[in-house]
Design a binder for this molecule. Sequence first.
Ligand SMILES: [Zn+2]
Length: 134
Amino acid sequence: MTDQELLLLAEQARENAYAPYSRFLVGAALLAADGRVFLGANVENASFGATNCAERSAIFAAVSAGVRDFVAIAICGAKQGGRGTICTPCGICRQVLSEFCNSKLRVLLGNSEEYREYTLAELLPHSFGDEVKA
Ligand SMILES: [Zn+2]
């Protein structure tokens, strides 16, 4: 799967976002080592605290299916009606990604035509958990 194909899946996942409060729609496509792709979208809630981000929706779907080995995640976010822009994962999602992904996880941000690539280590240096998991 190419980066562009993974980003296109994130764009498509974004169409299922439920974001009536922020109107900021996010989709994520998480590529597992076995080639499967797990999609997620942000799901907001009137209580706000119960809101779940697209990235965590995707990783929870994957882990719930028994998959814990990942190589890349594409994230596409933008205000309703806009095209996906560079939307970095929030701190909670970075921490959750670090629970299941190594620091070399490729993180693709943008859309299928324009994107930036980071590693998880670049987005979450000195993460909590490495010592705990050792
Ligand atoms: Zn998040």
